[in-house]
Structures are given as C-alpha cells and as structure tokens.
Design a protein around this ligand. Sequence first.
Ligand code: P6P
Length: 335
Amino acid sequence: MKQSKIVTIERHIIEGERAHPGASGEFSALLRDLTLAFKVIHREVSKAGLVDIIGLTGKENIHGEQVKKLDAFADETVCKAMDHTGHLCIMASEEHEEALNIPDAYPKGKYVLLYDPLDGSSNIDVNITIGTVFSIYRRVSPGGKGTLDDCLQPGYKQIAAGYAIYGSSTMLIYSTGDGVHGFTLDPSIGEFLLSHENLRVPKRGKIYSINEGNYRFWDEGVKKFIKFLQEDDKSTNRPYTSRYIGSMIGDIHRTLMYGGIFMYPADQRNPNGKLRLLYEANPMSFVMEQAGGRASNGRKRILDVTPTELHQRTPLFIGSDEDVALAEEFLHGKR
Ligand code: P6P
C-alpha cells in the first residue's frame, strides 16, 4: 500500500523556508513556537466542560466584554509561549488595551505578533467552534523594544497570518504569502498534519452569512443585497442559503472552504462595524486573499487600511471574489 507522505507543520514550514534562500530560520522557529501554544489551548478547549475553566472570570476586557476563563487562559498561553523566544520585539492582544512589551530579561527580535487569543468566546459554554487568530509582521522600528508603529501597520504588510480553529477537529490554517495550507491536529501524536494543501476559495458561492437580527440597523445597500441573494432566480444561482454561527472563525472558515460571503457591516449601532481590524479582519483577509478570495470594508480593500489605533473596528465583507464584488456594487448604490 502506498504510504501517503506525512507532512507535519514543522516539515512544511522548513520546506517553505528552503524555498526562500537566505531565510534566517528565525521565522520558521517563530511559527513552530506558535503551534505549541495552539496545542496547549486545544487541550484545554477540548476538556473545557470537565474542568472549572468555562464560565466567567468576573473581569471585563477593554471592550466591556465579559472575559471568559478560557479567554484568559488562551491569552496567557500565547503570550508565555512567545515572549521569551527572541523572535519578537512586541506583541498586541485583543484582550489587552495596550501593546505587550517583551520583558527586559528577554532578547528582542525582528517580528511583531498580533493575536486574538480566543475568538468567538461567547460560544465556549455551548460547545460552538472557536479559534485563535494571529498576524505576523516585520518590525519597522530600528531596534530594541518594539513600538506602537510596529503594531499599526497596514494588513498588506503581514508576512504571515492564520488561525487555529477548535471545532469537530482542531485545524491550523495559515499562509506565509505562498498560498493557504490547512493542517489537522492528530491528538494521538500531538502533531498538526497537512490535510488541505493550497486551499482555494470558489470564485462564487451560494451561502451568505450575516446576523439578520440586525436587519433594522443596516444601511439600504446591505438590505438590498441580502434581498437580492434571497430572490429565486436559478439562472443566476439564487437563492443563496443563510448560515450564521456567531463565531467569526467558524463562519469565515466555512466561507473559505465552501465559498460565499461573510458580512459584519457597519450599522446604526456600530458605525465602524464590530470586528477588530488588527486581530480579526486583517489576518482573515490575508488568508482569504491568498486563497483567491476578496475582503473589503465596503469601500476599500481591508489590507490597504492603515490602522490608527490598536482596537479600531471595521466593517467586513469577506469571501468569494465575485460575491464580495457584488456586495460592493450594492453598497455603492450601483445596483
Ligand atoms: P453578533 C464573537 O463574539 C464575535 O466577535 C465574532 O466571533 C462573531 O463573528 C461576532 O462577534 C458575532 O457578533 O453581534 O452577531 O453576536
């Protein structure tokens, strides 16, 4: 029987590094360190119901949201896995108001890590898919401790981005700019194994994903777009199906795999949208574009937005190229 090639993420990272002559190996080591954090978070998420780690910490994060125990655990796990490695000059977490300086005792590196430790955490207690999202940039400051400018770079400057998704299986989906690759964790050996090489999002899908409970707050263009997708017109592959988990990781991962569009628009309550540019929109947009998809804030490409603050929010329209382009036509009043 032909033994299928077992490709661990470590092997995939090293082979990717060899494709970039002159690569220092430091970037590969950074990615490997990050995958350790994902394995530790997977272990806690997979037994969350059995130990006293679901429920609330009694604290609020800077967004006024209740911090779940698993949120706090995931945040600390990523921070502790990365702060001493010498790869990073600074980090920023969706759970912390300020950027996270690398402790003085540790060497400073040439990379920047931005992360959302556990996106979708409001779903933890009901066993719905959640995930950890990350972005990696090269530093722009000259040396030593990193600065806020290192964190406030436009998304097209990302050199890698991806997410761990804790669902029916735990997967790691990431890109370093050479396409998107998916790895499935085999808990029996504790390795992420290549399971989805060169993921490509369909040019057009049949699924739209949005919280329809916000209908009354939407702009007219969004309302018209959703109504258009719901019309019965087989010649243009409509009506679409609606799917909404309420966990961005799950909704966008499904969109990546099946095609279609995920939307969290600005509305009368959230004039800048709800999702965070640095920790959610930028990394997911980098991955989606690398898979042949598209990501917009309704007016411009997400990755072209230059951030002005760590926790700024953005409207997000992300998924199949043709579906996002169609949404933009409705948003611009062209349809
Ligand atoms: P709503 C989860 O709290 C989250 O940040 C994203 O994961 C998700 O897409 C969104 O909020 C859901 O928001 O307003 O539809 O409940």
